[in-house]
Design a protein around this ligand. Sequence first.
Ligand code: ATP
Ligand code: AH0
Length: 362
Amino acid sequence: MAKFALGLMSGTSADGLTVSAVQLRPLRILHFKNYPYPSRLQQKLLTAYALPAAELSALHFELGKLYAKTVQKFLKEFHLSAADLEVTGSHGQTIYHGPYDAVPNTLQIGEPSFIAVQTGRPVVSDFRPMDMALGGQGAPLIPFFDAYVWGRGTPKILLNVGGISNFSVVGKNIKTFGFDVGPGNTLLDLAAQRLLKQPFDKNGRTAARGTPDVKRVQILLRQKYFLQKPPKSLDKNTFGEKYLDRYFPRADFKSTADLLATLTWFTAAAVAQAVQQFVPAACRRELVVSGGGCYNHTLLAFLRRLLPALKITTTLSYGIDPQAKESAAFALFAWRALHGQINHCSRATGARKDAVLGKITL
Ligand SMILES: Nc1ncnc2c1ncn2[C@@H]1O[C@H](COP(=O)(O)OP(=O)(O)OP(=O)(O)O)[C@@H](O)[C@H]1O
Ligand SMILES: CC(=O)N[C@H]1[C@@H]2OC[C@@H](O2)[C@@H](O)[C@@H]1O[C@H](C)C(=O)O
């Protein structure tokens, strides 16, 4: 079998680890699977920024061990041999992201040595610090992948709606750029957990029955972050419980459906405003959506309503499963880092120059 790389991603929702096996030349996702975390671990990860050092250190190792076990399971399930594995790229779990702090910083955990021991092959991890050392925000990193895959075609906006939503603008003769746009699913998930007693509003069904409070969203979209010029990036807690309680109290809405519809509208309207504000008119042609949010039919319907001139597709139209894209990107980043090749789009993060991101554990 030809050589392949593994990519591991656990996003801001901390709902599980997605593993992709990627063939590099040409780039093709061979297999992928999401392995949900036990809910105890998910809760711990979501609040881990408040842990004392000893507990955080233990969690860093616990997660590293779990990643190694998951890789072993994945290789077995898909009949892949570690002998053909060139490298594993592991993003880790973001615990805190503080690009605007006095000392800009970011923390991803999940000790990579355990995967290196398990597979006997190198692991590349901790991709964000080098970008910050070069004056960047440390995020978003996916624009490099988007340019690698779609950079030679017609202009496209690649939107990922995970916990946070972010997009890149790529295409022939376009200088790739991208940024974190605003809320993705975090507020929606919190509201669904509280009011529907479900992890999320499946397919946007409840929101579909409600009416969005468009005025409220218009006012919120005047907040500083939305108007700030890119490069810019977000910590998941920016749009967390405090934000929900402050700007979306249940008592302000006639029904749960209205509240969920308004939150869904907020996510879509933030994207639409960012497109109108920051994307040159010539690039406003196609919006290619990925991440868990692309299964939310109400969100997609709102995006279509707010951006009627754009063709709205998902990465599936281009052979990349929307749930696999980010993990596949870290396989590519690791492969390139191992070969000393740039895997970084500094225009998206604001770093001084393009670099080779990631630390190699042999
Ligand atoms: N069928 C569905 N209907 C509605 N929403 C869904 C569906 N499936 C997934 N989602 C949403 O997608 C979220 C998970 O998305 P994803 O796995 O892309 O996030 P992430 O990788 O953790 O985040 P990020 O990219 O910000 O780091 C869920 O929390 C949920 O809100
Ligand atoms: C610090 C951090 O983990 N940021 C994540 C998060 O999730 C979405 C958005 O915020 C993006 O900035 C980033 O992830 C992707 C992989 C990125 O760097 O492009």
